[in-house]
Write a new protein. Sequence first.
Length: 455
Amino acid sequence: MLSQLLKPEITDLIKNRQFTALKEILVDWMPIDIADLFLSLPENEQAIFFRLLPKDLAADVFEYFDVDAQLSLIQLLSKEDISSILNEMADDDRTALFEEVPPNVVKQMLTYLSPEQRRISLQLLGYPENSIGRLMTPDYIAAQQHWTVQETLNYIRTYGKNSETLNVVYVVNEKGILIDDITIREFLLSPLEDKVSDLMDYNFVALKVNDDQESAVEIFKKYDRIALPVTDTSGVLVGIVTIDDVLDIAEEEATEDIQKIAAVEALDEPYPDISLFKMIKKRAGWLSILFLGEMLTASAMQFFQDEIQRVVLLALFIPLIISSGGNSGSQATTLVIRALALKEVTLKSWFFIFRREILTGFILGLILALIGFLRISLWQSVGHVYGSQWFLLALTVSFSLVGVVTWGTLMGSMLPLIIKRLGFDPATSSAPFVATLVDVTGLIIYFSIALIILL
C-alpha cells in the first residue's frame, strides 16, 4: 500500500536523478515494501533503483523476489553487485535460488561467493533434493554447557548479528553434539553468574539433515516452534530451520495436493509462468484417463438399452443419479484426503471411517431420495408427465439415489486409504477420478433397481 502511494514520487526522484533524497526515503522502508515497489517500476529503472540500496538491505529485498525476478535482476547488475547480493543473502534463500537455475549458472554464481560462503553453499547443495539439509541455515548461536549466562550473552553480542534468529540458544558439547536448547528469555531472566548447565532440562526437539522437508511441517506444527535445530546422523548440530521456510514448504505441499485433487499433475511453478505446452501436458494425462473411464458409462448404458427403450423415462433421470453419486463421492474423498494430510486419521482408522461414511451416505441418500420423490410427484400432479407408472418410477429413482449416494460416499472415503496403503499419494484419488468410477457403478445400481421395480 505504501509503495503504491509513493510510486509517483519515487519515479520522479529516479527520473530527476535525485538519488540522495531517494536513499533517505528507502532506508526506513520494510524490505517487502521495497520489493513490491521495485517490481512495479519499468525495467529500465529497476537496476538504477536497486543499486541505491545499501548492501544488507539490497540482499533482504532480493530474497522477497521470486526466482524469475531474481534472475532478471541479475542480468541487469554488474558482477560486483551480484557478488555483494549473493554473499549477503541468507544461506537457505541462496540455496533455494541455486536449486532453480541451470547447473552452469550455479557454477558461475559460486565464483562470485567468498570462500566461506562458497563452502557453505556447496555443503547445502550436497544434501539430497527436498531434504532438510537444503532448507537449513548454518547461522545460529550455540553455547557450551560450562559457560556462564554472562559469557553466553557476551558471545551473542559479538556473533549474534548474522544469526538467523536469537530466540533460542543451542547447547552443544565439546564434540558439537546437540544436548539442549534454551530460550533467550531464560538467559535474560537468570543471574549472570549461573552456568548454562543450570538452565538445561535436556528436553529438545531436532530435525535430521536427510529427512524430507515435508516432515518439518508436521514437527513445527506439533511443537509450535519458530525454529528447530538440524543434526547429522551422529547428533552433531549442523544448522537450523526457521518457520518462514517451513511455511513455504507447507504452501507448496497444499498447492500440490489441491492440484492433484482436481486431477492435474502438480504444476511445480506459478500458474501465470507455466508454458502452454507444459500446462497441456500436466492436464492431458488425467483427462484422457477420465475420458476412457467415462466410456465405461456408455458401455453400461448400451448394456441396458433394452430397458431404456421399454421405459424411456428412465433416461431422464440418468444425469440426476450419476451426478448425485459423483458429488457424494467427491465430498467424501476430499474430506478424507484432508484429514489424512492433517494427521486427523490414519490407515488404522479405516473401520471408523467406513462405519461413519456408510451411515452418512445412507442418510444423505435418504434426504435426496425424499427430494426426488417429491419432485416427481409434484410434476406428475401438475402435468401427468410420467404416465401411469409414475409411482413406480418415483420409487426407482428414490431407491437408486439411496444406493448410489451410499456407494459413492463409501468409495470416495475408502479409495484414498487404499491408495495410501499401496504407498502412493492419497491426493491422487482425485474427486473427478472418484466421480468417474461412481458414474459407472451408479448406472448399474440404477438400472438393476429399475429391473426389479419397473420391468
